[in-house]
Design a protein around this ligand. Structure first.
Ligand code: HPA
Length: 270
């Protein structure tokens, strides 16, 4: 008989290792941003030890959960995510996010690597996600039987958290423009024609993650915010050769800025 892991199973493993610590915020780290797990003082648990956590993985992700404190704030940091393109499941992050809610978090902060459409937000800069376009057309809530599935996504990216992030960025002297993020399924990158289309549709950047997690986060009642680390100009808009290697190599520039913003925001107690 096969049994399916539940969030309670993973929570039991975490509670046994942490003594039942509860957190305020969850942080999901995108490609090339995983080193932030090392900044957290706490208990690190390999995803392989957590029932129901993603087993495959994408290079550039650290694949561990760290529960502890960052700038004094109790946090759970997910060093890597599962993507829709790995197994064709838009709900790939549902169980880890249920675990986060079970850990007591009320806030979900997401990060990703993305390609920019705007010269004003070049590689190495950050974009604060103001809203998204679910271009993949997939919802992680397909199959959810309860009425809670009819999630309202107006202000899905919490205005209060966005203001706090902008204030922290300003105090650090770091540019943080807002924009619309388009979710493209991946794993292949987009064609230049697709980028022109997404631009016409109103997007400012494109990436392969985050949107399903925001939908799940709102479903679970979490306040959500997300920041893109711009690693390249999107296809057809720049001269660099777009590749996963390039994404991983470029992410640390923006990631260092993002870390400063997050640390300042957490020190302020948000
Ligand atoms: N497209 C999609 N995902 C990405 C990109 C891109 O240009 N850069 C980093 N992640």
């Amino acid at each position: 008989m096969t049994t399916t892991a539940t969030a309670a199973d993973a929570l039991a493993v975490i509670d046994a290792r942490t003594g039942g610590m509860r957190v305020k915020m969850g942080l999901v780290l995108g490609s090339g941003l995983g080193h932030l797990t090392e900044a957290v003082e706490g208990v690190a648990i390999d995803y392989d030890d957590l029932p129901g956590f993603p087993h495959a993985g994408v290079s550039g992700h650290t694949r561990k959960l760290v529960v502890g404190r960052l700038e004094g704030m109790p946090v759970a940091v997910f060093g890597g995510r599962a993507h829709y393109y790995e197994q064709g499941r838009a709900d790939a992050m549902r169980l880890p996010l249920e675990v986060l809610a079970g850990l007591g978090a009320d806030t979900l902060m997401l990060t990703n690597a993305a390609g920019s459409f705007l010269a004003e937000i070049p590689p190495g800069d950050l974009m604060l996600i103001a809203d998204h376009i679910n271009y993949s057309g997939r919802s992680p809530l397909i199959g959810e039987p309860t009425d809670a599935r009819f999630v309202n996504l107006t202000n899905a990216y919490d205005p209060g958290l966005r203001a706090a992030l902008k204030e922290a960025a300003g105090a650090e002297g770091i540019a943080l423009r807002e924009g619309v993020y388009a979710w493209y399924s991946g794993p292949n990158f987009e064609t230049p024609a697709e980028i022109r289309m997404l631009r016409l549709l109103g997007a400012d950047a494109v990436g392969m993650s985050t949107v399903p997690e925001v939908i799940l986060g709102r479903f679970l009642g979490l306040r959500c915010a997300a920041v893109s680390v711009i690693t390249n100009m999107a296809a057809g808009l720049g001269n660099e050769h777009i590749s996963h290697e390039h994404t991983k190599a470029s992410a640390p520039v923006g990631a260092a800025k993002l870390e400063r913003i997050l640390r300042r925001m957490l020190r302020a107690g948000v």
